[in-house]
Write a protein that binds this ligand. Structure first.
Ligand code: GLC
Length: 483
């Protein structure tokens, strides 16, 4: 039997371990290798990742070899483009460089104009990559607004129009509210025509994400529930009617987590490894963590943690106010994260008000997050919207039960504990302080029944959140599209 080959170019604005700002980085760093690993005797997935060559990556990888240059002609301007190559768990990674990617600029800045130039350039340069590499692509797979224009522009490139069959276009949707507004001038400068899809509202026709969505063959939100939610005004960000017009092209696929990084049995950041058969290590992790942050080790007191970007999406305000509401109950809490200064201050105020119960760390500290996933009992995640969410998957893997809002990926991955004491976490419906507090109380009450609690922990720990199943769904999607 001959082996068939499917060539996929995967575009992202971040990918762990090269550069990671949020969940997209986790996904783009682990999904492509997981897809590559599904190659077998009958099909080989030649998947390759392209990233902008940011200053931070240059510092990390100073000795990368350049594999070539080409001039990018677009809208009457020419930008000299350079390609550098590296590998990630067996797959080729291309770093794209050119003047719009400035050495000292942050990956995502507050300057929309600079970001637009950078990502429009990157998207267009990626479209030249197959020709430069003399590598025919079957699938162009973009992620979020930063690379959506590659999807929009593909059909305008003569080389793809003439190639038969024309590559299929997929866009994975991690964060709909960020659409790339403010890119209008860059689009004009780079000579990119607006979208002309009549289902797109007029305002959306010159914004990169909707432009890409309009010409995608498949739109993949990162969970089934989120795929439904974006059809409604509450979550559709003004594109709900457009999404309805595309409903047969929308297909939710949940993210996985990287089991080589997130495993309490092997995690190098925790001193006492453990697994679902022996939880002794977990209790030691808890004691060590309490000691580290200067909270008293009190028996029979649940430790609640929140690890999050401090912003509205994540419901950090709900978390803080609900803890305040139940201040007379037995619990301790550690909050880790940074972002919106109002929320940072509110968290700090909570520690000041309840110094014997609460510790707040306003920072991004990956190693500490590992110790918190391991040492805590309850993981608080009251997100207002959550396309997928990775922290709840990690926390369950570590036997730390989530208290989370029943939305998007949270709803799809957490089984609400029922009256028989079966489940993997505690869900609540409304994004209100009251509901959050009620769910927290439910979890605290459940924690007091130690034996039942332990069986819940074990159940959460054995759920399969690996990439394998989701990567397989992407492979099936690729195959279906090109057949
Ligand atoms: C975004 C979403 C989050 C998702 C992540 C990876 O950060 O907000 O829910 O898990 O992307 O897809």
């Amino acid at each position: 039997m001959s082996q068939r080959q499917i060539n996929i170019l995967f575009l992202a604005s971040e990918a762990d371990p090269f550069v990671k700002i949020g969940g997209l980085g986790d996904v783009a760093g682990s999904l492509p290798p997981a897809i590559f690993d599904l190659s077998n005797d009958s099909v080989k997935y030649d998947i390759r990742l392209a990233l902008p060559f940011y200053g931070v990556i240059k510092k990390k990888l100073p000795n990368l070899s350049k594999i070539g240059d080409f001039p990018l002609h677009t809208g009457g301007i020419i930008i000299q483009t350079s390609i550098y190559e590296h590998t990630l768990n067996g797959i080729p990674v291309y770093f794209i460089d050119g003047t719009p990617i400035k050495e000292n600029d942050p990956v995502y800045g507050s300057n929309f104009v600079a970001d637009a130039e950078k990502f429009v350039f990157f998207s267009l340069a990626c479209l030249e990559l197959p020709r430069f590499l003399k590598w025919r692509i079957d699938i162009l797979h973009a992620n979020d607004w930063h690379t959506a224009l590659a999807i929009h522009q593909l059909s305008t490139q003569a080389v793809f129009r003439q190639s038969s069959p024309v590559p299929k276009k997929i866009i994975t949707l991690h964060n709909l509210p960020f659409m790339g507004a403010g890119s209008e001038d860059a689009l004009t400068r780079f000579g990119i025509e607006p979208a002309d899809d009549p289902h797109l509202p007029t305002w959306a026709r010159t914004i990169p994400l909707p432009m890409g969505l309009a010409s995608a063959d498949r739109i993949v939100p990162v969970s089934r529930s989120y795929a439904q939610e974006i059809l409604t005004p509450d979550f559709g960000c003004g594109l709900e009617s457009f999404f309805k017009s595309r409903s047969e092209k929308i297909m939710g696929i949940i993210n996985g987590i990287d089991g080589s990084v997130w495993d309490p049995a092997t995690d190098k950041f925790i001193k006492n490894n453990y697994n679902n058969e022996s939880l002794t290590g977990k209790s030691i992790c808890k004691a060590t963590l309490l000691n580290e942050v200067g909270l008293q080790n009190q028996p029979h007191t649940p430790l609640i943690v929140l690890i999050s970007r401090m912003d509205q999406q994540k419901g950090v305000d709900l978390a803080i106010n609900s803890l305040k509401m139940i201040e007379n109950q037995r619990w301790q809490a550690i909050i880790l994260g940074s972002g919106d200064s109002k929320l940072e201050n509110a968290a700090q105020d909570l520690e000041n008000a309840l110094p014997e119960k609460v510790r707040v760390k306003i920072l991004f500290d990956s190693a500490l997050s590992h110790r918190m996933y391991a040492g805590a009992d309850i993981f608080l995640m009251p997100s207002r919207y959550e396309p997928c969410g990775l922290s709840q998957l990690i926390s369950m893997r570590y036997g730390t039960l989530p208290v989370a809002r029943s939305t998007g990926g949270l709803k799809d991955t957490i089984i609400d504990v029922d009256k028989h004491g079966h489940g993997t976490g505690f869900l609540f419906a409304e994004a209100t302080v009251n509901e959050t507090a009620k769910a927290l109380k439910r979890s605290i009450e459940s924690y007091s029944q130690q034996e039942k609690w332990n069986s819940l922990i074990k159940n959460a720990m054995v759920q399969d959140f690996s990439w394998k199943k989701s990567a397989q769904e992407y492979c099936t999607l690729y195959q279906n599209l090109i057949e």
